[in-house]
Write a protein that binds this ligand. Sequence first.
Ligand code: AMP
Length: 116
Amino acid sequence: MYDKNNIFAKILREEIPCEKVYEDEFSLFFNDINPQAKIHILGIPKIDCIDLFDFINKSDAAYISSFFNSVNSVIEKLKIDKTGYRIISNSGKNGGQEVPHFHVHILGGEKLGSII
Ligand code: AMP
């Protein structure tokens, strides 16, 4: 069950602020409050969805396409397309997800350590 009081739902309702990087009708991208790299942006769709699995199940092809095109817009805006980046999406207990609203982490701006 989606928790409407999670912190990203509050950001979407503008009940708490964020440092916006990109926004359109379908998605919002903002700086992570506790950055793990020089560039650390979170991207979220504007529908109630818990994780990637839930997002894909609840969205049509146009919405999914729009969200990932927005990821590309952010990559272009931040000029990390050539230098590289890492995209992560945690899910659930085993995935170490803290905030139960689907999000992608976009990390870059420096050489990142190996994770696998
Ligand atoms: P995850 O563990 O994948 O759920 O990641 C949640 C991320 O949200 C963490 O990297 C946090 O630093 C970040 N975060 C939590 N609260 C905020 C906030 N108010 N604004 C921006 N980022 C946040």
